[in-house]
Design a protein around this ligand. Structure first.
Ligand code: PBG
Length: 325
């Protein structure tokens, strides 16, 4: 039976009724705030295509982390810009590097904030690829050992969660084995399990100084055309010991988030990446859309698709807006 017996508008008549029947909720608890950390003191270098995002020295990263914490955001994820780069990304596991220092500082000053670290080599290699190379190929197995050393150095600095984003095969098992051997069996792994070779990472590569010097990442990141393959990646990462699973990017992959959510009982994260952020910021700066409404709608849609956790550069703004609502 349809209209006129059924009138769906009855349940949209007032704000209170809409609130009663709302299916999806969004709160600061759902958000993770990414930070780019660099050496030095007093550094706050703006990133062109990401207004409101900066490369920060540890002192300033600490301020940002404290602010996020005060806004009720449960976690930050840290990316590092090393002092120097080489072919094998040695700085990735240097305990004196920016990420490791930032982890120690944040865990010292804001112990209740969960600290996640991105584990990858692209910020640390002089060629900008996520693994070591030989003859123009990105080598899988030799990369695993370096990634594992990086993860252990983050754990030793006090990271709660390590997040491998390199897309080498077998990296979750390699990290889990190394962490357990070194006494870090309580450090969780958030695997970027379904990470696509995406144009939407463009602004990030400026932020993290990690653009590949030759070629692209298509031999390790996933083909945007594939959905079933994402499920295979997730299955394998769970079998290797991942505690949390990520889909990335988020907006162009909402169907993948939903499919992953339906196949697993572990928490699902989605990364609302730099290009998604840049598009909203650019349109808002031109007065072409209402930033606050657009951001909250985007984050809600990622949640509705099935994400339990959303990594987003909008985190602080969103947390403020949600507190006002
Ligand atoms: C490192 C990494 C990337 C992002 C997160 N970790 C870039 C890439 O793979 O090229 C992208 C995040 C963003 O665009 O916001 N491998």
């Amino acid at each position: 039976m349809g209209f006129p017996v059924h009138r769906p508008r009855r349940l949209r008549r007032t704000g209170t009724i809409r609130r009663m029947v709302r299916e999806t909720g969004l709160s600061a608890n759902d958000l993770v705030y990414p930070l780019f950390v660099t050496k030095g003191k007093g550094v706050k270098k703006p990133i062109g295509a990401m207004p409101g995002v900066y490369q920060l020295s540890v002192d300033n990263a600490l301020k940002e982390a404290a602010e996020a914490c005060a806004l009720g955001i449960p976690a930050v994820i840290l990316f590092g810009l090393p002092a120097s780069k080489d072919a094998v990304g040695s700085a990735a596991h240097d305990p004196g590097e920016a990420v490791q220092s930032a982890v120690r500082a944040i865990k010292d000053r804001c112990p209740e904030l969960a600290v996640i670290t991105d584990v990858c080599l692209c910020e640390y290699t002089d060629h900008g690829h996520c693994g070591v190379i030989a003859g123009g190929e990105i080598l899988n197995d030799p990369t695993l050992e370096i990634l594992a050393r990086a993860a252990v150095s983050h754990a030793a600095a006090g990271a709660d969660i390590v997040a491998p984003s390199d897309m080498m095969d077998g990296r979750v098992a390699a990290l889990r084995g190394a962490l357990d051997r070194e006494g870090f069996d309580q450090v969780a792994i958030l695997s970027y399990a379904a990470k696509y070779a995406s144009a939407f990472y463009g602004p990030f590569r400026e932020a993290a100084g990690s653009a590949p010097a030759f070629g692209d990442r298509c031999s390790y990141q996933m083909d945007p055309a594939n959905r079933r393959e994402a499920l295979k990646e997730v299955e394998q990462d769970l079998a290797e010991g991942a505690d949390l699973i990520m889909v990335k990017p988020a907006l162009a992959y909402l169907d993948v988030i939903r499919a992953v959510k339906e196949m697993t009982r572990c928490p699902v994260a989605a990364y609302n990446v730099s290009g998604e952020y840049a598009m909203v910021k650019a349109a808002a700066a031109n007065g072409w859309l209402d930033e606050r409404r657009a951001v909250l709608e985007i984050l809600l849609s990622i949640k509705r698709a099935g994400a339990d956790i959303i990594l987003t550069y909008h985190a602080k703004d969103a947390a403020r807006w949600l507190a006002e609502a």
